[in-house]
Design a protein around this ligand. Sequence first.
Ligand code: FMN
Length: 368
Amino acid sequence: MSALFSPLALRSVVLPNRIAMSPMCQYMADDGIASPWHMVHLGSRAVGGTGLVIAEATAVEPTGRLTPGCLGLWSKAHAEALRPVTDFIKSQGSVPAIQLAHGGRKSARNRPWDGNDALPSEAAWPTHAPSPLSFGDYRQPHEMTEADLDRIEAAFVESTRLAHLAGFRVLTLHFAHGYLFHQFYSPLTNLRDDAWGGDPERRLAYPLRVVNAIRAAWPEVLPLGLRLSFEDWAPGGFGPDDATAAAAKFRDAGVDVIECSSAGLVPDEKVSVYPGYHVPFSRRVRAETGVATATVGVIFDPHQANSIIEDGSADLVMMARAQLDDPYWAHRAAEQLEDNSTWPLPYRRAVRRFRGFQEEFPMGRGEQ
Ligand SMILES: Cc1cc2nc3c(=O)[nH]c(=O)nc-3n(C[C@H](O)[C@H](O)[C@H](O)COP(=O)(O)O)c2cc1C
């Protein structure tokens, strides 16, 4: 068996393989409520053999949404709309996960295909951030008060409970890409001089406080992941040394998987992108802290994905655009790396015939 198709145990959950669909905003929710789109988008990746299917950045409160189309999880109705999706993912042998998020200063925009610009004032909502610094020409955020800190922490805890009610087996936290928690731990966006800003320890204090509260609310037997930024790609920003130290603290707070990512904090970043460009961060943090890691970033080739696992650079490979391009990426990867077909039974005849394999299941009478 190839490394990519070996199972991975995280607390009581066993992922059937090391392939994860990276969370991707779909902007197809209505008032935060999942639509049939989410069933098809997430469900088809489970049919496609992806071991861990992660629902997009999901806002814990309405004002944490990036756009009016973002998924949310702030009421029982939101959880109930997701329950059939998680049930279906499980029925396919995959594991359902969700990414909880808060956009901070990057909230309240139009959907990308509607221009990604500021919402008109009658449709917009106030945004909050550690410091009142705008992201480029985005709306200026309010500096968070103690009451804001308490409210958002409580919202994360409530969404954690709702994620369990919705049937998710893995909870992941969006602490990267320039969203609220990244805004706290990076020196470029946190200029506070109270308990929540200043030196690296105080910049990390609020993110850690929220992780501790979430871990206490998420069942002990279920795993927790956290997406962390390893590089702001801008002078004076957060970098790999800071991230490796932060990862050890998150591990101690009960995070099971660090998802190594970067960028999105400031508009003038200069990112160096190549296939597997976050792998060196993952390899280092895994070696230095012993925490399990996921890597993401321009990974399309099954052989590259397999060698990332095989050589100990990561425990899990996440893919976003490769999975958009092909929901059946995992089955096609198995064709290259494994002797056995992993295609689901209802699809197997077609696939084998079109690929010129000997027919395992010939067409039955009346099927033509
Ligand atoms: C359409 C789209 C939506 C995305 N939404 C999210 C998101 O909700 N949460 C997140 O952490 N990253 C998000 N990302 C980033 C991806 O998860 C991933 O980290 C990035 O695209 C690099 O991986 P790739 O090269 O495999 O696409 C998104 C990317 C795309 C293309």
